[in-house]
Design a binder for this molecule. Structure first.
Ligand code: GDP
Ligand code: MG
Length: 422
């Protein structure tokens, strides 16, 4: 059976915690899309490292970790991760990298920076890691797949692409790239990656047939999906369920649970529509930010904070087929006096339950809030949902009632073990 973990809104909802819980029972954990624009933290000898490609689950148990075909891989970063894990005693026999994944090359990173510069005031706030340009090349059929990268075709393809990209760099009066230097450096990475490369589509299909427990991790989140999110303020791949299927070669009939991960409030890193942002009450906005440590992981910029939007959540449930919810950061809203919950919008004077990712539509909508009493007793004390105070239970029940999907996970604190499951 294949279970999927997806972000509900704008990302940073705490998928890592749910994944870690599910990975305990899993045989295989799969990265399905995205690239070096996301990551999870590991600690070795009191020092924090971010793993951008290798699923952290590989460290915890006997699980096999797959970097599937939908991912764009920065070989330099991935080789560093492999070396870091090896230095810390992991043999990585259980790591599998798709031959069909595409690779990020230095020109992608350069172009990511230039393209953001060109957008000027309208910049998206990309992580400047080359992910967007690598997906563009994939769509343009200039992409270099892992299978090309480890073959004798690599020098020819690299030469063609560098010649082409250098013309673009020249036109922006930027420093051009040196083919020989890149070929030499990247040939080393390709040798380092070769032992892990295979046809992960076949591997996953065979594993599904053998009833292995497979967990697929989504990257980013629903409203950042290239097609279904708030374009252009989105990521450069499909971060909804479709991206899981095309990014792995698993099919829809093989999917079991689809967990939608949200926070008990909302936050957004960077630009783009965010209807339930708390704008009027700056104190509450700041309080949520401080309590929830809402600062960009890479950018460090303060995130915009506000309330849970159940119209948007219903949309996430519909487009992904979410079967169960994970609501994290209950501890954060529990420290507020009053919690607002958006249960519908007012559009053109009428109440509507419709969300649309069209910014023009959203601009005309006004959230309709219900207010809930906060000041929860210390939720960290709870060992099960039954232990939560009445106000907390009221809030959670209202979410389930409006959305029509049960809450299976409740996040009650920062640590991964601060989670309730029912
Ligand atoms: P992702 O972007 O969805 O993968 O989110 P991460 O797994 O990176 O988590 C984002 C942050 O939220 C991490 O720093 C977690 O410690 C924190 N976090 C997750 N769940 C909770 C929770 O229930 N309460 C609090 N206070 N923090 C949480
Ligand atoms: Mg994360």
């Amino acid at each position: 059976m294949v279970d999927v973990v997806l972000g509900g809104f704008f990302g940073d909802e705490g998928k890592g915690k749910v994944l870690e819980y599910l990975a305990k029972e899993a045989d295989i954990v799969v990265r399905c899309s995205g690239g070096s624009n996301t990551g999870n933290t590991v600690v070795f000898n009191d020092k924090k490292y971010t793993l951008r490609f290798i699923p952290v689950a590989i460290l915890k148990s006997n699980v096999t970790a797959v970097i599937a075909n939908g991912v764009v891989i920065d070989p330099k970063i991935l080789v560093n991760e492999i070396n870091l894990l090896k230095e810390n005693g992991y043999n990585l026999e259980n790591l599998k990298i798709s031959e069909k994944a595409h690779i990020i090359l230095p020109y992608h990173i350069k172009l990511d920076n230039i393209e953001e510069e060109i957008r000027g005031q309208d910049k998206i706030g990309t992580t400047l890691t080359g992910v967007g340009p690598a997906y563009s090349d994939k769509a343009n059929r200039y992409g270099i797949r892992v299978q090309d990268f480890i073959s004798s075709r690599f020098p020819k393809l690299l030469k063609r692409n560098i010649e082409m990209k250098n013309k673009v760099l020249e036109s922006y009066e930027k420093e051009t790239l040196d083919y020989n230097k890149i070929l030499e450096e990247y040939s080393e990475y390709s040798k380092a990656l070769e032992p892990y490369i295979c046809d992960t589509v076949n591997f996953l299909q065979d594993s599904a047939k053998q009833n292995k427990k497979i967990i697929c991790e989504g990257s980013q989140a629903t409203l950042l999906d290239l097609d279904l999110g708030t374009y252009p303020y989105v990521t450069s791949s499909n971060s909804t369920i479709g991206g899981i299927l095309s990014g792995t070669g698993l099919n829809h009939k093989q999917i079991g649970e689809v967990y939608g991960v949200v926070k008990a409030y909302s936050s957004r890193d960077g630009e783009g529509p965010f209807l339930t942002e708390e704008i009027e009450d700056a104190d509450t906005n700041n309080k949520i930010r401080e309590l929830g440590h809402e600062y960009g992981t890479i950018s460090k910029r303060p995130r915009r904070c506000g309330w849970l939007d159940l119209n948007a959540l219903k949309y996430a449930v519909q487009v992904n087929g979410i079967t169960a919810l994970a609501v994290n950061h209950l501890d954060v809203v529990g420290k507020l006096k009053t919690i607002k919950l958006c249960v519908a919008y007012k559009y053109d004077g009428k109440v509507t339950n419709k969300f649309s990712s069209n910014p023009a539509y959203l601009a005309k909508c006004e959230p309709i809030y219900e207010e809930f009493e906060g000041n929860f007793e210390d939720v960290l004390e709870a060992a099960a949902r039954e232990d939560l105070c009445e106000q907390a239970e009221k809030y959670l029940q209202r979410i389930e009632e409006v959305v029509g999907v049960p809450i299976k996970f409740i996040g009650i604190g920062e640590e991964n073990e601060n989670i309730l499951f029912n």
